[in-house]
Write a protein that binds this ligand. Sequence first.
Ligand SMILES: NC(=O)c1ccc[n+]([C@@H]2O[C@H](COP(=O)([O-])OP(=O)(O)OC[C@H]3O[C@@H](n4cnc5c(N)ncnc54)[C@H](OP(=O)(O)O)[C@@H]3O)[C@@H](O)[C@H]2O)c1
Length: 301
Amino acid sequence: MSITLNSGGKMPQIGLGTWAGMDPKERAAAQGWFSTALKAGYRHIDTAHFYGTEVFCRNAIRESGIPREEIFITTKLPAHHHERVAESLEESFSNLGLDYIDLYLMHCPQAILYDETTPLPRDADGVIITTDYSLNDTWADMEKLLATGKVKAIGVSNFSIKTLDQLFKTAKVVPAVNQVELHPYLTQNELLAYCKAKGIVITAFAATGYANVREDPLIVQLAVKYGVTPTQVILAWHISRGCVVIPKSANPQRQKENLQLPSLEADDNVKITALDRNERLSNKADETGRVFGWTYEQLGW
Ligand SMILES: NC(=O)c1ccc[n+]([C@@H]2O[C@H](COP(=O)([O-])OP(=O)(O)OC[C@H]3O[C@@H](n4cnc5c(N)ncnc54)[C@H](OP(=O)(O)O)[C@@H]3O)[C@@H](O)[C@H]2O)c1
């Protein structure tokens, strides 16, 4: 199952999320579960400079012996690199050991101050320090990458209708993808319709909705009805809406499970969409009321 992007490339609709936490040991250990995922049939890897897992993706891909061109690889420009797009991409290439990537995303609309020692510099009040550097300038630098042939498609992440409207004031290239938090408790109906109308594919992160959604009575009931697990029901719902999903699992059995999805009846998809509570479970405001330095209002959330 693949989706054709507005760039012409084909993106497998199910990929592997590779966020492995902040602990360097956990990140290194993730190479093991990246390998089992490739063995299980994953051909789409979602990583990011910020995750610190690019190098372990490289090792797992090399070890697998799978030809490079058979794997769709996404990585992301971190928020503290908005003023150094070309340099940051070179760092990602070096980490990934690749000469091209399939999709390069602006990880966040907000620009964080560049600090060599940390991706998340904070002020005395603990607020992550953002700058006024415009997302339009960053996008213009990302557009230039397409001409090099080393980046096959460009896109964004954590963008709302508000920040996409801002991007479109100057964009020459329509983002191929917008990767956002999306699950049955945060169905993002308006954003999905907006992106569809513009030809932007939505990739859902936190797509499973964690135990919150897995344990929802409707989801549990549908899992029984279809003879599958709650997560398979949730992921199948995403697929029915034309979204790409990138579930993360370190467990070989669950990795396989997440690739084998049932087809749900239309009525059941409608019922799942009705679970919406506009509830963020992943990227939500911290104790300063901001997400990576921006308020919900600035983000348009
Ligand atoms: N662009 C962004 O800002 C952004 C933000 C967050 C995440 N992401 C990307 O999206 C990926 C996925 O997001 P996420 O990890 O937050 O959420 P997720 O994939 O929805 O959930 C991962 C959690 O669900 C569990 N899980 C996975 N499959 C399961 C199954 N079949 N049954 C029961 N539990 C299952 C995993 O546990 P086990 O590992 O034990 O199976 C893990 O604890 C990340 O890895 C990253 O690549 C992007």
